[in-house]
Design a protein around this ligand. Sequence first.
Ligand SMILES: [Fe+2]
Length: 204
Amino acid sequence: MSAPADEYVLDTAVVRGFIDDVRRAIAEAADPADACDRIRPRFAELLADDGWLPAEYQEPAPESGMGGGIGQWLLYRAGDGSLSLFSLVVPPGSATPVHDHLAWGLVGLYRGTQDEEIYAPAQGALDLRERRALKTGDFYALIPPRDDIHRVRTTSEVTSVSIHLLTNDTGCVWRHAYDPHSGEAEPFRSGYVNVSCEEEDATD
Ligand SMILES: [Fe+2]
């Protein structure tokens, strides 16, 4: 059976053009690090473009799976679960749980400022490895296992909006949330505010 069709929730020329370029970069790249390097200029362009992301995808979500009013809005996902583009909206003072992603990609800030804490697993616990401050336009490549476990907190007085391009259906896969003190991992599925996750079944 063929994979389900790609889903352009935000179906615009900008998003389609971006995804086309990302697909081409991934196809031509030798490995994830190379793919991220190839995508960087286009990702920077997307973060610098004020006009492409409608206000509805920059809104917090009181009932979200992330807690804290944090909204995770799907913009695009591949039918085969190999790529997704979404916005993550974090109200002032709110922070995500400590979590992982289980896929490589790029994450960048579109609005506001954030502090990011990056953790590394260490003998059943978590070590805070790095803390960095991000401002609008900043972005980074995330290539597991390095840098895969983090927490972000909004430090601006305005809601922060980050754009995530990751090589899985991040909102729908089962990943992990961590207790930062004990390092204990729990199964975690954040979901998206605006689309549902199909229950995985083995019928196809
Ligand atoms: Fe994250």
